[in-house]
Design a protein around this ligand. Structure first.
Ligand code: UDP
Length: 357
């Protein structure tokens, strides 16, 4: 089969690393990068480090409102699909790139294969919820990561198209988690190499809900600054200026602001962290895989499977709430493995093969 895969943002590169490796064993894959994330440390580093094939097309679309971005991507992807005439389109996750590609393909009657289907926060206030719901409903094959996602798709009438394959991010995580941590390349905001402390907390925070103004981010940073070890915080370009300004103004010198790091570094920063504070869907899962306790700063549960035995707790963007959640202990039951076995990409290819007969 000829399959067009569309990626555009960091978490999609990480998923595509596992997906493309497997897909290309049996199919011709045309890789399209929408350009949503474009900085070297948000995009190219993942292609280099994770062996992701060079994109066949790069649309160079980034910035602008959600509507402008999605529309420009949709137009560009439609042209590529008309030219390439693929048998299917494959997309990951819930970004504007995901939705634009799914819409373009569905209108051209090209089957859409959606990896990481069925995640629901239960509110359309979250911009990604709109992307994931609409994408699911125009997809032919829905690959979900967990039993909970499968049930949600069934409740929306999509059960017959759904296949529970495990979390494809787990495939990528295991690949790096089992390798030694060679040549960490962690750079400060000024570009100089960062010397890692003996122990640290790992934090990421970039969601609109926490970074639309100073207040929520400042409350989160105030909590991290009070901890018994430094916090390493690779800052997303979207809120770099805000984070830097707040830390400077408040004298938060227990926080090490860095540039975004590559995936190997992120995995190892996770595995070796005391605890993790994040608003990232992907990082909270990786904390869970690594057995490191996580506090998730958002009003909604993204991965309910992680919210057990204190392993991942919701917190408000409130200093005291975050500190009190961080003070709790977790319990780990090694038999509890809700995200599959780390072979999601193989299972996705098995389903595609059966689907084509
Ligand atoms: N990540 C990374 N470098 C960083 C910060 C995060 O490689 O500097 C990884 C992290 O390990 C996780 C993914 O990026 O796998 C999460 O991406 P992001 O937070 O952009 O998206 P989300 O998870 O919210 O969809």
């Amino acid at each position: 089969m000829k399959i067009v895969t569309v990626v555009g943002a960091r978490p999609q590169f990480i998923k595509a690393a596992a997906g493309s490796r497997q897909l290309r064993k049996e199919h011709q894959e045309i890789l399209v990068h929408t350009g949503q994330h474009f900085d070297d440390n948000m995009s190219a580093v993942f292609f280099r480090e994770m062996g992701i094939p060079t994109p066949d097309y790069n649309l160079g679309v980034s910035g602008g409102s959600h509507g402008q971005m999605t529309a420009r991507m949709l137009t560009g992807i439609e042209e590529i699909l008309q030219k390439e005439q693929p048998d299917a389109l494959l997309v990951y996750g819930d970004t504007n790139s995901t939705l634009a590609a799914a819409l373009a393909a569905a209108k051209l009657r090209i089957p859409v294969l959606h990896v990481e289907a069925g995640n629901r926060l239960g509110t359309l206030d979250n911009p990604e919820e709109i992307n994931r719901k609409l994408t699911d409903h125009c997809s032919t094959l829905l690959f979900c990561a967990t039993e909970d996602a499968r049930q949600k798709l069934e409740a929306e009438g999509l059960g017959s198209r759904t296949h529970c394959v495990g979390n494809i991010m787990y495939d990528s995580f295991l690949y790096f988690a089992n390798k030694p941590w060679e040549n960490p390349n962690i750079l400060g905001l000024d570009g100089s190499p960062v010397t890692l402390p003996d122990s640290w907390y790992y934090m990421t925070c970039h969601r609109q809900e926490n970074t639309y103004s100073d207040e929520p981010l400042a409350a989160i940073l105030a909590a991290m600054n009070q901890l018994d070890a430094k916090t390493i915080y690779p800052v997303h370009p979207r809120n770099r200026e805000r984070a830097e300004r707040i830390c400077k103004a408040q004298g938060f010198d227990n926080i090490l602001l860095t540039q975004p790091v590559g995936y190997s570094d992120s995995v190892h920063l996770t595995q070796n962290a005391k605890k993790i504070v994040t608003d990232s869907g992907g990082l909270q899962c990786e904390a869970f895989y690594a057995g490191v306790q996580c506090v998730f700063v958002l009003d909604y549960v993204v991965w309910p499977e992680t919210m057990v035995s204190g392993r991942n707790q919701l917190a408000k963007a409130d200093t005291e709430d975050i500190l009190s959640k961080l003070a709790k202990e977790q319990r780990i039951d090694p038999a509890y493995q809700p995200f599959g076995d780390g072979h999601a990409a193989e299972k996705i290819c098995d389903v595609i093969r059966q689907w084509r007969g």
